[in-house]
Structure formats: structure tokens, C-alpha cells
Design a protein around this ligand. Structure first.
Ligand SMILES: [Zn+2]
Length: 56
């Protein structure tokens, strides 16, 4: 049995650079907001707006 097991330092190591929380600009209104990760390019305001537009 080998005792030479290497532990990954962070889960982020295999993720894309942008696939993590970061500050970016909203694509819709250009407001600076904290993105949750990949695919999150809209601020909270625009996201709630687009999701509730169907109920309008
Ligand atoms: Zn926005």
C-alpha cells in the first residue's frame, strides 16, 4: 500500500477560471455585481426581472 496519496488543493483547480464567484458587469444593465460563476452574467435585478416577465 502506498502512502503517497496526493490531495487536491482546491476544487477550483479543475474548474474554468471564470467558473467561480467573481465581480463582473451585468450584460443587460452594465451594473457591477458578484457573479456566482459560469453562466451568471446578469445581476440580481435583471435576473429576477427576466424570470418574472412571464408572470407579468
Ligand atoms: Zn442587470
Amino acid at each position: 500500500m502506498s502512502n503517497n496519496t496526493k490531495k487536491p488543493e482546491a476544487d477550483y483547480s479543475f474548474k474554468h477560471e471564470e467558473d467561480r464567484p467573481a465581480k463582473r458587469k451585468c450584460l443587460n444593465c452594465s451594473t457591477n455585481f458578484t457573479s456566482e460563476g459560469w453562466g451568471n452574467r446578469l445581476c440580481q435585478t435583471c435576473r429576477s426581472r427576466s424570470s418574472s416577465s412571464m408572470a407579468a
